[in-house]
Design a protein around this ligand. Structure first.
Ligand code: GDG
Length: 727
């Protein structure tokens, strides 16, 4: 059975020490319970902090802890008090947590927090590296450990590494505020799969990777060096069975009875969260206060049961919030309450599971209105307990859960009037409607439960690792190279199809600077001097440039992706006449963008227009490219031209032009017994696609390609060609 190493800040256990004796209390967090279903397919091993500062422990204590926990397949990470304060309470909860929850004004940027965060992430990685074996899956969780994927990758190059972020990934405008944004992105990109709760967060992550690191993506796959990183949405589910079955437990039923005896026939609204400013608890209570003022007929008829679970009590902000909340509860109860009716029942504690389920069960309305929340599992758990389908969920649109639970009463958590209206609508909603809405959501939640979530994530991880392996298998190895050379030597009629930019020569700041050096021209000369060889350079360049650079070589030139051909010793010929009238509409648009984007310019060829932005500021170029693409797609909708994105260019050209057609022409010309084709970008894919399967097709650079082989750099392809030329 494969091993799964689960790495998270906390182990699902708490250790305390009294009178020199250690006490171990299981604290089953959502994650550990949620992932228990994986134990059928994986041998799970958990790595995390056991919840006690190392100053309180002797060496013997640590040995005892390690021994006891290893029986549970847990590896403890020991952290000092200072590390807990600076890495956990500091960087994780005063920098990342507020910033990622759209609270930039509450965000603290302290270098010492960051230094300790790096140090602790290193400690976690060292432990993983220490216990990992080949074939293990490593799954890292959450914002406390964002540097771990890369730290592990640096040591275990081929490891299968996944990362899941449980909180929102903020929009680029927020993320860019972080002084250590590059390091955080690079840290995450050490993973093979980065999982987020929603597509919005995926989009935000991809935008940040592109605008901050200049990385490009296709369909959620980002190329990082010679690796592919998949970024995708995996909305976390709950253990649906567990909650839907729990309502039948005798303990839960007793609890339900007890609460109902106290509340009587009043309607019950519940509010349950960790006490955190992101959860919108105070705003929610203010809305409830206003609801009672504006709807006095509900006085005495409805009770709000508010559970605030103590959280991060070591932070001043959290302590202050508790004071504010308790004052407000006092005021609301004082102002609206009567003898015999307390409007808000307030509990500041962690409630046992049976009480939690009982509260869900008896609630007529669940008021879940965070200001921001990665997902929010309370909303889902509430629905799972509603076997009879009765009950109304009021849900903030700022939660990840809102994208799955559209049948709930969705509100803007900052809009008190909307919350007040929703409370009233919920209390008055006909039972049929409640049932109808809930059934749809319940079906979805029971299908996409936590076990499905984790399996989906791990499948994605296996798929990406497989693709990664295929990619490295496709690397042109020494033995394929030898085969290629031996096939070449045996052959009598050989065809070379070589792209120019990015294949024979590297990119330059400006296209006109990428002319061939002496070595390139003499390489092409040597190849073509062998009468068995026919060399074709297939380029997107215009014919004037190719004539200037390669006109004297005894080779065939293809310009503008196949629009023009110059066969050995002949003149240029236009393959087929194409319409060009579209250029007059498109040119002014491109020129406008060139003016608005310093460093960019427009190139005009016979059958295409190209906007180059290699020298423009990356961030500005990104914004402009997106705008320009949108504009061009609109303008060209009814024309026979396409908009193509290449390496730092946008090209608009006639749809009939592509290297595939040009390649087919050359393939049909003769009975070649050796074909080699090399290229680096999307236009070369058209060439690779039409080649016979025995042809040696080589992609320069590492990304998925139709080519049979990949090489890393221009240098490598030139070395190969030199060897063939006998240079
Ligand atoms: C983070 C993200 C994301 C809460 N109070 C009690 C109790 N709980 C359990 C609930 C639920 C879990 O804790 C809370 O999960 P949430 O999703 O509501 O929120 P966070 O703790 O902020 O979690 C969040 C989540 O990670 C998962 O990815 O959804 O957005 O912030 O399971 O049942 N359980 C018991 N007593 C309590 O008093 N027994």
């Amino acid at each position: 059975m494969n091993r799964l190493l689960l790495v998270a800040n906390r182990l699902p256990i708490s250790i305390t020490k009294r009178l020199r004796e250690l006490r171990f209390t299981p604290s089953p967090g959502g994650l550990a319970t949620g992932l228990s279903s994986l134990s059928q397919s994986y041998q799970c091993h958990l790595i995390g902090w056991p919840g006690i500062a190392s100053e309180k422990l002797t060496d013997e204590d640590k040995a005892e802890i390690s021994e006891k926990l290893s029986a549970e397949k847990y590896s403890p990470i020991f952290l000092s008090q200072k590390q807990v304060e600076q890495y956990y309470l500091g960087f994780s909860n005063r920098t990342i947590w507020p910033l990622f929850h759209y609270q930039p004004l509450n965000t603290v940027y302290e270098n010492r927090f960051w230094q300790t965060y790096k140090q602790v992430n290193q400690t976690f990685s060292d432990e993983v590296i220490n216990i990992a074996k080949p074939g293990d899956c490593i799954w890292i969780h959450d914002y406390q450990l964002m540097l771990v994927p890369r730290l592990i990758r640096q040591q275990l190059v081929d490891a299968k590494i996944g990362f899941f972020l449980h909180i929102p990934f903020p929009s680029f405008e927020l993320f860019r505020l972080l002084p250590w944004r590059e390091e955080i992105l690079n840290g995450l990109l050490g993973a093979d799969v980065i999982g987020l709760h929603t597509y919005d967060y995926v989009r935000h992550f991809i935008t940040s990777a592109s605008r901050i690191l200049g990385l490009e993506q296709t369909l959620g796959k980002i190329s990082v060096g010679n690796r592919i990183v998949k970024v995708d949405a995996f909305p976390m589910g709950i253990d649906y069975e567990k909650y839907s079955q729990a309502v039948n437990d005798t303990d839960v039923q007793n609890e339900v009875r007890k609460i109902l005896q106290k509340v009587g026939s009043r309607k019950i609204v519940i509010s349950i969260d960790r006490l955190d400013y992101t959860k919108g608890i105070i705003q929610r209570l203010e809305a409830f206060d206003l609801f009672l003022s504006q709807n006095p007929e509900y006085k005495g008829k409805v009770t709000l049961i508010m559970v605030a679970v103590p959280s991060r009590t070591g932070l001043e902000d959290y302590r202050m919030m508790r004071n504010r909340l308790e004052q407000l509860v006092g005021r609301v109860n004082g102002e609206h309450g009567t003898i015999g009716w307390v409007p808000v029942w307030y509990l500041y504690r962690f409630v046992p599971f049976k009480s939690l389920v009982a509260l869900y069960k008896i609630a007529d309305v669940a008021l879940v209105t965070p200001l921001r929340d990665g997902m929010n599992l309370i909303a889902k758990e509430f629905l799972a307990t509603k076997g009879d389908g009765k009950g109304v969920l009021i849900l903030s649109e700022m939660t990840g859960a809102a994208s799955e639970l559209g049948e709930a009463l969705i509100v803007n958590a900052n809009n008190k009037a909307a919350i007040i209206r929703a409370i009233k609508d919920a209390l008055e909603m006909p039972t049929d409607e409640q049932v109808e809405r809930n059934r749809l959501m319940q079906e979805r939640l029971s299908r996409y439960n936590v076990s499905r979530w984790s399996k989906d994530f791990l499948h994605a991880l296996s798929d990406v690792s497989k693709a990664q392996k295929e990619l490295s298998v496709r690397k042109l190895t020494e033995s394929t190279r030898k085969n290629l050379i031996s096939d070449y030597r045996k052959a009598h009629s050989r065809l070379f199809l070589l792209d120019y930019d990015g294949t024979l020569v590297g990119f330059a700041d400006r296209p006109e600077k990428a002319g061939p050096d002496v070595e390139t021209t003499s390489l092409l000369q040597s190849l073509s001097s062998d009468t068995k060889n026919h060399v074709v350079v297939t380029s997107g360049r215009d014919k004037a440039t190719l004539t200037k650079w390669l006109g004297n070589a005894n080779i065939t030139l293809i310009a503008e992706h196949g629009a023009w051909t110059k066969q050995k010793g002949r003149d240029w010929q236009c393959v087929e006449p194409l319409k060009n009238d579209w250029k007059d509409t498109i040119r002014p648009v491109l020129e406008l963008y060139a003016d608005r984007t310093p460093g960019s310019f427009v190139e005009e060829k016979d059958f295409s227009l190209v906007w180059h932005y290699r020298k423009a500021i990356a961030e500005l170029a990104y914004v402009r490219t997106q705008e320009l693409k949108g504009t061009l797609l609109n303008l060209t909708a009814n024309l026979n031209v396409g908009v193509f994105e290449g390496s730092k260019i946008l090209e608009i050209r006639n749809l009939g032009l592509n290297k595939g057609r040009a390649t087919e022409f050359w393939l049909a010309k003769k009975n070649w017994d050796f074909i080699i084709a090399a290229g680096d970008d999307y236009t070369d894919e058209e060439m690779f696609a039409v080649l016979p399967k025995e042809a040696y097709s080589i992609k320069v650079g590492f990304s998925i390609s139709k080519a049979r082989f990949n090489v890393d750099t221009v240098h490598e392809i030139r070395l190969l060609l030199k060897e063939l030329a006998g240079d």
